[in-house]
Design a protein around this ligand. Structure first.
Ligand SMILES: [Zn+2]
Length: 160
């Protein structure tokens, strides 16, 4: 038997002024994307913005449905739209923000497990580490370089 440890490296910034300009701009687009959210049930509005290697930004927002599984997270809306519109352009970064009608979200919101799995494959297709920038409505920002920092022991297509 051998006990092992998983260590995740990430960076916390106090606010957007500490970010590189292009990441601060992407985060700003994610905040704008919240306006497209349809969250009639959770009242939790999420915005995401994906930056492609060619500089194009594709936005997404969470879309809920009375038949709950039919809805989709903002991150996957943005990642799938980016893939559908720019299938040959690598994805460089995604910024994620959130607003709640009930609480002030002043800490970073991390993506759910299903979105992390989609990020795994987006990263593999892009053949470069995905930068993941997470914030709430305001406050500190967490930045992860590479999905493996958020999701250890990922399911890889090489197993298929
Ligand atoms: Zn999700």
């Amino acid at each position: 038997m051998k006990k092992q440890q998983f260590i995740s490296d990430y960076v916390i910034y106090d606010d957007e002024k500490e970010l590189e300009l292009k990441d601060a701009e992407l985060l700003s687009q994610a905040h704008e994307a919240v306006q497209g959210s349809y969250a009639s049930y959770s009242h939790f509005h999420v915005g995401a913005a994906v930056r492609l290697l060619n500089g194009v930004v594709v936005k997404g927002a969470n879309i809920e449905n009375a038949a709950y599984p039919s809805g989709l997270c903002a991150e996957r809306v943005a990642l799938f739209a980016a893939q559908a519109q720019y299938p040959d352009v690598p994805i460089e970064a995604i910024a994620i923000t959130a607003e709640s009608e009930h609480n002030e979200i002043d800490e970073p919101i991390a993506p759910c497990g299903a979105c992390r799995q989609v990020m795994v494959e987006a990263e593999q297709r892009s053949q470069r580490p995905l930068r993941i920038i997470c914030q709430g409505h305001k406050g500190a920002i967490m930045v992860f370089d590479g999905i493996e920092t958020l999701m250890p022991f990922i399911f890889l297509t090489k197993f298929l």
